[in-house]
Design a protein around this ligand. Structure first.
Ligand code: GDP
Length: 314
């Protein structure tokens, strides 16, 4: 259990996940947080990273810093997604261990599981088959980070754990027209179409892939819960256990935003993996379930989008 005055480093606190973890920690009364923007501390630089950990000596670390992107960003820049994430994770986890961090949580992604994994995907299907091509570089980096935590635990008894969230959305998401994930992309596109009075919106792929979505504040709640209650070498899936088609998601976002025109599908864009539903029974047995239903979460996210003037630049 983290003490309320424990020194906690949240890496990636400007991002969607890191900022949600900070909100959750502060609301729970944790007041000794260490935060650095990527400009202040570039975790890809080993010497900088080591100097930071040696000077600050945090007791707990949430490693939510990562280079992330949607299907086109990932598919187009596999070298950058592999390199940036791999080097950042290795530097941060090693420097944490060398500087006496008591417990670290590594955040990954459900794309670490094989493309053709059984659905819903249990934690133990890791490394049982080939990965989805569109995000293989990112997935390989995340698998390595997860394994590094597992090996530190096995070799040295380090209490370093990992969690694998499903597709996330919420406050502080990235709304870039090409590089964002599907949910923020839809919010922006349908909103702009409504504003411009467009009669047609074009979405990518066929609309048939199935995806699961978790509101990022629910993830943050699960992260703090697991940091305080879970130890073990096996990762923990974090999701809702519910899925819907991308087509159904488009209709839901259109409804929330108030767009009433047509939706067209551009099948020259990739679909990605056909299904990606997490088996969340382990997390449920540990005593946690999600709280925010998708439509409610989309409503809150849309409200945040409307009040976030920086949305287009991120
Ligand atoms: P994925 O879960 O790793 O595939 O990541 P994404 O969130 O980027 O994409 C999920 C699904 O939504 C894929 O099948 C995409 O082809 C589809 N999709 C439809 N329109 C869009 C869009 O405008 N942006 C993104 N990122 N995906 C879209």
């Amino acid at each position: 259990m983290m003490e309320k005055d424990a020194k906690i480093y949240v890496a990636g606190h400007r991002g969607m996940v890191g900022s949600a973890i900070v909100r959750k920690l502060e609301a729970a009364g944790y007041h000794n947080l260490v935060l650095r923007s990527s400009k202040e501390l570039d975790l890809r630089r080993q010497a900088e990273t080591e100097a930071f950990f040696a000077a600050e000596k945090p007791e707990y670390v949430f490693l939510a810093a990562a280079k992330v992107g949607g299907i086109l960003g990932n598919a187009g820049q596999p070298a950058d997604f592999l390199y940036d994430n791999m080097i950042l994770e290795m530097n941060a986890i090693r420097a944490a261990w060398q500087n006496g961090v008591k417990k670290l949580m590594f955040l990954g992604s459900s794309c670490i599981y094989p493309r053709m994994a059984p659905q819903p995907m249990p934690e133990n299907c890791l490394l049982t088959g080939a990965l989805e091509q569109t995000n293989e570089g990112y997935a390989l980096a995340k698998i390595s980070g997860l394994k590094y935590c597992e090996y530190l635990d096995r070799q040295y008894g380090a209490d370093y754990i990992s969690v694998m969230p499903t597709n996330l959305y919420g406050k502080n998401d990235n709304y870039h027209p090409r590089h964002s994930h599907v949910l923020p992309a839809f919010i922006r596109r349908f909103h702009e179409a409504k504003e411009n009075g467009d009669k047609k919106v074009v979405c990518w792929g066929t609309g048939s892939p199935m995806r699961e979505f978790l509101y990022v504040d629910d993830l943050a709640d699960a992260c703090v819960f697991l940091m305080n209650t879970y130890s073990g070498t096996e990762t923990v899936n974090v999701g809702t256990g519910k899925e819907l088609s991308i087509r159904a998601l488009a209709e839901l976002v259109a409804k929330v935003v108030g767009y009433e025109g047509e939706i067209e599908w551009d099948a020259t864009k990739p679909d990605g993996t056909p299904r990606k539903l997490l088996d969340v029974s382990k997390l449920q047995k540990l005593g946690w379930t999600y709280k925010t239903e998708l439509e409610d979460g989309i409503r809150m996210t849309y409200a945040d989008f409307l009040h976030n003037p920086m949305r287009a630049e991120r």
